[in-house]
Design a protein around this ligand. Structure first.
Ligand SMILES: Nc1ncnc2c1ncn2[C@@H]1O[C@H](COP(=O)(O)OP(=O)(O)OP(=O)(O)O)[C@@H](O)[C@H]1O
Length: 329
């Protein structure tokens, strides 16, 4: 997993902390050009913080302690605030769960899009207006001219999310980070917004980092998946391989608890246990963070702080001491 292999983004050994607490621990992942990587895991496992670390937007009091974030071979973890401002919005776009938090409620849609566009592109006001209307159209916003003069509260949730997507892609970024982009939307609108992201990814040759807790979205939309637990990546794989041969006990539990009877993804999860207990704030603590909830845990699991995990021949990584039964057979 090197930047030289043509990957767009390579994160290695990323550690993020607040005083006395390690929030992200040895996070490693990579996204190829034009690829969709899904980051999954339950609430508080570090998905959003990983995205914020990429963008150089860690919250106050939270700091990057170690590791590289290579974007097109440039280490963003060591980039200046000025350089990060150039990259954000231009080379890397961000779409958040609640469009109201990225849209300014007192500014007309068009005005805020123009502002975002002119921050990065040397366009006149007239050209920026043309570009904004083009982007609204590209993002499937009906009657772009009318919407242009409206305020965010005058739009439905789905339309607001389309506007924030249109703004995020205004400079044709190479990477779009979408943090739970459909969680606040009804089911039909969710599908439309995911379809839109997929279409834009293909048309603009963008890579997509799709943060979600919904494995059915991962199955349908992603090329690769990265499962996080308590600030660590516990499993990383191509999507087909992940659903056919999940390796980490946490992933297996996650699959089991999220797949209803009759879900056609894979039959083998019928035998897997529910995940009991709750996520431990265990990042950085001694031993496997999942051990307290794992039915395979044994004494060794509590003593393996620096367990590096294993990567099999299909580039499928799992941070578990126990091989799958089929691997050890
Ligand atoms: N501003 C902050 N200051 C201190 N700790 C924070 C801050 N934001 C997040 N954290 C901590 O970092 C850890 C990871 O949080 P993060 O928001 O990345 O989780 P998440 O997986 O995105 O969860 P969710 O699905 O609920 O959004 C949590 O333990 C959280 O309490």
């Amino acid at each position: 997993m090197t930047a030289a292999s043509g990957e767009l983004l390579v994160i290695r050994d990323l550690v993020v902390e607040r005083p006395g607490v390690r929030l992200l621990d040895s996070v490693a992942l990579s996204i190829g050009k034009g690829e969709t990587l899904s980051l999954v895991g339950e609430s508080g496992c570090g998905k959003s913080l990983s995205a914020l670390a990429i963008l150089g937007l860690l919250p106050e009091g939270v700091r990057h302690a170690r590791g590289e974030i290579l974007f097109e071979d440039e280490d963003l973890a060591r980039a200046s605030p000025r350089r990060l401002r150039q990259i954000r919005g231009k080379s890397i776009g961000l779409v958040m769960q609640d469009p109201m938090s990225s849209l300014d409620p007192v500014l007309q849609i068009g005005a805020q899009m123009e502002e975002a566009i002119r921050t990065h592109l040397p366009l006149s006001a007239r050209q920026a207006r043309g570009r904004a209307l083009e982007l609204l159209d590209l993002a499937g916003v009906p009657e772009p001219l009318r919407r242009y003069g409206q305020y965010p509260h005058q739009l439905s949730g789905g339309l607001r999310q389309r506007v924030s997507i249109a703004t995020a892609i205004s400079c044709t970024p190479r990477l779009l980070i979408a943090d739970e982009p459909t969680t606040a939307l009804d089911v039909t609108t969710q599908v439309q917004v995911l379809d839109l992201l997929d279409r834009l990814r293909r048309e603009l040759s963008m890579a997509l980092l799709l943060i979600t807790h919904d494995l059915s979205i991962v199955a349908r939309r992603a090329d690769k998946v990265c499962v996080m637990y308590a600030g660590r990546v516990v499993e990383r794989a191509g999507v087909d391989d992940f659903f056919a041969h999940p390796r980490h006990p946490y992933s297996k539990g996650l699959l089991h608890s999220s797949l209803g009877a009759g879900t056609p993804l894979h039959h083998r999860f019928d035998r897997l246990p529910e995940i009991t207990g709750s996520i431990a704030s265990a990042a950085g603590q001694s031993g496997c963070p999942f051990a307290p909830r794992c039915d395979q845990a044994e004494a060794a699991c509590g003593k393996t702080l620096s367990w590096p995990g294993t990567t099999d021949s299909r580039d499928h990584f799992s941070a578990c001491l126990h091989p799958n039964p089929e691997e050890s057979a």
